[in-house]
Design a protein around this ligand. Structure first.
Ligand code: NDP
Length: 296
């Protein structure tokens, strides 16, 4: 058996189309244009690429993009002052501070200074708490994208056994909360988990968010399971640079019922969900109905 390939690129295009439709309606019916502010501190090359891509896609769906590029040695007080200005700017509905920040800046302090209603990354402690208690929150983009793909593939996730490998604050933990919210039986595995292969073999849904190239081989996967591979790992193979996931795609595709490829799976969904969160934040700020299917 060869698994269905879950095409994240195509699904992300559908999400962007939905967002663009909603943005057009907001403009036409209410004269409101959602705005996303992205703050980049320093010149990390990968962060620069992400920020460019976010800005471009924001404009493509009809929203306003505000980019703030600060020097690597920016004082914490100056960054906090900028966030305060953005918090109070009615044209800005979403604020994203690109991580990682230079070492002299306190990431938790900075993230928690964002107005939770504008925290489109969903990392503010209030949003973490709201998600954990099943209340309306801003949901971290990568796990939200994974959830959307799982719902699209399965319909209901109720009662399914799910294993999330990885317990980071940005992927593993919120992913587990979302799956629990959809009534899966959830196991969170990590580097200390005993007998990881056996834990994974029980799962109807496997979400791998580890950051170790191809560490999950096909024979850990239950026949017919759905595999969501969050990992993005750069490796060199046959003298070429390649992107691979945390799952060994070649063997897993023979066992799984459905699987996301790397690249072209979870990756494209992350920015699409950032746009979705921005339009959701804009609707909430204006007391308008939220677009359906773009939140958890
Ligand atoms: P972190 O490094 O923060 O977390 C990795 C997790 O994996 C930790 O909880 C760690 O366990 C666990 N882990 C490490 N080694 C093992 C092992 N041998 N067995 C089981 N668990 C292990 O990573 P992130 O969550 O930030 O990212 C994970 C991956 O997802 C990365 O490849 C990253 O590039 C990718 N990513 C992709 C995104 C996208 O848009 N597609 C967005 C964000 C991330 P412990 O806690 O015990 O140390």
């Amino acid at each position: 058996m060869s698994a269905d390939i879950i095409d994240g690129k195509a699904f992300a295009a559908k999400v962007r189309e939905k967002v663009a439709g909603h943005v057009a309606r907001l403009k036409e019916e209410h004269g409101i244009v959602p705005g996303l502010a992205v703050v980049l501190v320093g010149e990390d090359p990968a962060s620069q690429v992400y920020v460019r891509s976010k800005g471009k896609q924001t404009v493509e769906v009809g929203m306003n993009s505000y980019e703030h590029k600060l020097d690597a040695d920016t004082a914490e007080a100056d960054l906090l002052a900028l966030i305060d200005t953005l918090n109070n700017d009615p044209a800005v509905h979403g604020i994203l501070v690109q991580l990682p920040l230079p070492k002299h800046l306190d990431e938790d302090l900075v993230i928690n200074s964002i107005n939770p209603a504008k925290d489109v990354d969903g990392f503010h402690i209030s949003n973490v708490g709201l998600l954990g208690t099943g209340q309306k929150s801003m949901v971290p983009c990568t796990p939200l994208g994974c959830l959307m793909m799982l719902r699209e593939h399965h319909g209901s996730l109720s009662g399914l056994d799910a294993v999330v490998i990885g317990r980071s604050n940005i992927v593993g933990k919120p992913m587990a909360q979302l799956l629990l919210g959809d009534s899966c039986t959830v196991t969170i595995a990590h580097s200390r988990t005993k007998d990881l292969p056996e834990v994974v073999r029980r799962a109807d849904i496997v979400v791998a968010a580890v950051g170790r190239p191809e560490m999950v081989p096909g024979d850990w996967i239950k026949e017919g399971a759905t595999v969501i591979d969050v990992g993005i790992n750069r490796i060199e193979r046959d003298g070429k640079n390649k992107l691979v996931g945390d799952v060994d795609f070649a063997s897993a595709v023979e066992r799984a019922g459905a699987i996301t490829p790397v690249p072209g799976g979870v990756g494209p969904m992350t920015i699409a969900c950032l746009l979705a969160n921005t339009v959701t934040a804009c609707c909430r700020a204006n007391g308008l109905a939220e677009p359906e299917g773009l939140t958890a």
